[in-house]
Design a protein around this ligand. Structure first.
Ligand code: DQA
Length: 144
């Protein structure tokens, strides 16, 4: 069975209540149930942390056991060098996701330090971005 890990950085545990005008009013747990139903051929693992070093450890552990990582590093996207280093170090293919269109927002969010290590990136599609990533993954795997 195909293994996909969705890894989330800081404050994404608050999805549903956090700035709903930007991030929507749906919890991620709610979406996860839907994803598992919609993609029965994929084992979806999910982990979230607010701590940069813990996100590095998650990328390492999931990056060696999962086929793909869907990574939203949240604010660390724009500041961390350790996260792109971890992404580059693991064999899993990584898809970057941001709920918001980071390029329409404050300048500090226009830099994505790990995008260059990703097979693809999605931003601005809200929670739909995670479905799009899984659709891409299942299509690619079906074509193999
Ligand atoms: C985010 C965008 C980041 O700039 C922000 O710090 C987040 C979420 C997004 O999904 O749009 O926490 O990664």
């Amino acid at each position: 069975m195909l293994n996909v890990s969705i890894l989330h950085g800081p404050n994404l545990n608050l999805l549903g209540t956090r700035q709903p005008d930007i991030y929507g009013d749906r919890s991620f747990e709610d979406l996860l149930t839907e994803l598992q139903t919609e993609f029965p051929s994929v084992k979806i693992n999910y982990a979230q942390t607010n701590v940069e070093g813990d996100l590095v450890s998650l990328i390492q552990s999931h990056g060696f056991k999962s086929d793909y990582l869907i990574l939203n590093a949240a604010a660390y996207t724009h500041t961390s060098v350790a996260i792109p280093d971890a992404v580059a170090a693991v064999p899993a293919q990584v898809i970057g996701v941001h709920l918001s269109n980071i390029y329409q927002r404050e300048e500090v969010r226009h830099v994505d330090l790990f995008a260059k290590h990703c097979v693809a990136c999605l931003f601005g599609f809200g929670l739909e971005g995670y479905k799009m990533a899984l659709r891409y993954i299942t299509n690619v795997e079906d074509d193999k």
